[in-house]
Design a protein around this ligand. Sequence first.
Ligand SMILES: Nc1nc2c(ncn2[C@@H]2O[C@H](COP(=O)(O)OP(=O)(O)O)[C@@H](O)[C@H]2O)c(=O)[nH]1
Ligand SMILES: [Mg+2]
Length: 676
Amino acid sequence: MSNTVKNTRNVAIVGPYSSGKTTLLESILSVTKAISRKGNARDKNMVGDSSIEARDRAMSVELSVASTKYQNIDFTFLDCPGSIEFAQETYNALVGAGVVVVVCEPIIEKVLTLAPLFKFLDDWKIPHLVFINKIDRNFHDYREILQVLREASHRPLVPQQYPIYQKEQCIGYIDLVSEQAYHYHSHSPADPVPLPEHLAESEQTARMEMLETLADFDDHLLEELIEEIEPPQAEILKDLKQELSADLIVPVFFGMAENDYGVRPLLDALVKEAPSPEITAQSRGLTSQAQGTTIAQVLKTYFTSQGGRLSLVRVWQGELNDGMTLNGERIGGIYRLMGQQQIPVQQASVGEIVALGRLEASTGDTLTNSTKPIEPLPKADPIAPVYALAIAPKNRKDEVKLNGALSKLLAEDPSLYWEQHGDTREVILWGQGEVHLQVALDRLRRKYSLPMSTHLPQIPYKETIRRSTNAHGRYKHQSGGHGAFGDVYLDIKPLPRGEGFQFHQTIVGGVVPRQYIPGVETGVREYLQHGPLGYPVVDIDVTLTNGSHHSVDSSEQAFRQAARIAMNEGMSQCNPVLLEPVLEIAVSVPNEFTSKALQLITGRRGQILGYDRVADWKGWDTVSGYLPQAEMHDFIIELRSLTLGVGFFNWEVHHLQEVPDRLADNILATAESNGK
Ligand SMILES: Nc1nc2c(ncn2[C@@H]2O[C@H](COP(=O)(O)OP(=O)(O)O)[C@@H](O)[C@H]2O)c(=O)[nH]1
Ligand SMILES: [Mg+2]
C-alpha cells in the first residue's frame, strides 16, 4: 500500500442542454494537455460525447468521465448530460462530486431553468460555481444575467471577474481578487494588461460587492471592511475556499469554451478554492481517519460492448486496490476512464472516481471492504417516470431475451422502469420522455440485438354496471353415459366506486349443494374478466339466490358453466359503462407558469384540487389535481414546452371514473376495429 495521498479533485460539469459542457471539458483537456488535438461538437469527436447514442444525437445522453492533471492536482471530470430527460443520471453522479461547475449560456430563459439544479445542489450541500459560457453571444448585459442567476440560486453569488468590452464584445476580464486585468487570446493564456481606467470605478464597486458577500460569513473580514482596511489576498482566497466548500456562496466566472477563453481562470479557481476530498467526505459524515476501511459509492453502472459490467465509483474513504474484496466480491480491475477508453490502474485513493470491473452492485450502492456492516451513504432520490411506451420485440423468438436485456438496461439507467401490465399484458417501458426511451430502445437494438417495435400503451379501462338485475343460467349437457348439469339464479347489483367485487350466496335447503358453490363463484369471476364491453368488470355484487342440481350429473365444472351463462345473459341488461383510471397528480412549475399548468390540467378533462408554494423552493408552485390516465401520455411533453422544459409532475393512480358517453363510444368503436 502506498502512503502518498494524492492531491485529487473531482469536478462534475452540469447545466442545461447545449450550454457547452462537453466543449468546456474538451477545452480543459486541451489546455491541460491531456489531449493533443481538440475536438469539437461539429465534428462529433469530443471526448465527452464518445458513445454512439450521443454522437447520433449530437448531445450527451450519459455521463462521461475524463481525467487530467493541472498544477499538480489530479482532476477527474464528470461530463453530465444536461437534458432534463437524463436528470437521474446527472443526480446520481452529482452525489459523488467534490465540486460542481454549472455551465450556462447568457440567455435569460436558460438561466431561469437552473433553479431545480441549484436546489438539488443546495439540498445536498454540494459546493458549486457557475461558468457563463458563450460570451461571444448575448453577453452585452452581464449585470442582467447576474440578476437572473440570483433569482434562480438560493445561495448568494460571488462574481470573481468583471468583463472588459470593446464594441459590445467581451475581450477580457478583470480578476476581482488580484485586480489584474487580462485580454483573451485564442488557444493561449490571456495576456495581463493594465487595468483600463474607465473601468476603475465599476471594478471597485464589483469588488466591494464580492467582499461584502464574503464578509457575511466572516466577522474578521467584516471588521476590516468597516475600518476600511484592505484585506490581504490570502484572506480573500481563504474565505472563498471555506465558503464555497460549505456551499454558502456561488462564485461566478465567464468565458468561451470554444476558444478556451476563461478556462484557465476557472481551473485556477478549482485549484485554489475547491475543497479537498477529505473535506467533502467530512461534510457527508465520513472521517478519512478510519484506518484500513475503504468506502466507495457507485455513481453509475455501464455494460461495455463486450457485455462486461463496470461500476463507476467515488472513493469516499481509504483506498482501493486491485483484487480487493468489496461487499464480499472481488474487484475485477480498476480503470481510469477517458471517454470510451479504459486505462487500468493498480489503486485509487480518496476522492478519485474510477471504474471497477465485475461487481454486481447497483448505482447508488455503498461498497466497503469492512466485514462489519456500515451505514450506507445516501443516494439520489429516484425521479418518478412520466412517459411510457408499450414495447414488443420485432422478432417473436426474441421474447425470451427481453427480461435479461431489460434488467441490464435498468441497471445502467435507474430512471427507466418496466412492467407487464396485469390487464393489458403489454410490456410497458417507463422513463423521462421521448428521447430517453428512444436511447433505451437504441441500446436494446445495438447492445442486445433486440430490435423493438413500440406503440402507445393501452389504457387499462374497466367497466361496471348502472342497474341491477336477476339472471338465470342453466347448463345441461348429455354426452355418452355421463352428463353435466348446473342451474343457478343470480342477483347482480352495482356497488359504489372502489368497492371491487363481492360474492354472496343465500341458498337454503341445499338446492345448490355446498361443494358446488365455489364453482359458481369461479364462473362469475371468469366472466368478469371480460364484461359486455370487453373490459374487466369492477364494483359489482353478485349473489347466488337459487338453483337446482342433479344427483349424478352435477359437478363444480357444470355450475361454473351455468354461472357464466347467467352472467352473460344478465350483464347486458345492467346498463354497462366504461370506467377510466384517474391519476392524482402534483405538477411543479416556476410560479410564472402556474396559470399555464392550471389550464393544461383543465384542458385535458382534469380537475384542480388546489395549488401552493413549494416549501423552501423560492418561486415554485405545486398544482394538485386529478387527470384521466388517457390524457397523460404526452402530458409531460406539453408541460415542458409550456415551462422552458423545467416543469415536472408526480402521479399515482387514484380512482376510476365513468368515461363521458361520447368519448366512451369512440373508445369502444376503436377497440372494436382493432379486433378487441
Ligand atoms: N458560440 C459559441 N458556441 C459554443 C461555445 N461552446 C460551445 N459552443 C457550441 O454549443 C453547442 C453545444 O455544445 P456542447 O459542448 O455539445 O454542449 P453540452 O450539451 O452542454 O455538452 C455546440 O455547437 C458547440 O460548438 C462557445 O463558447 N461559443
Ligand atoms: Mg454534452
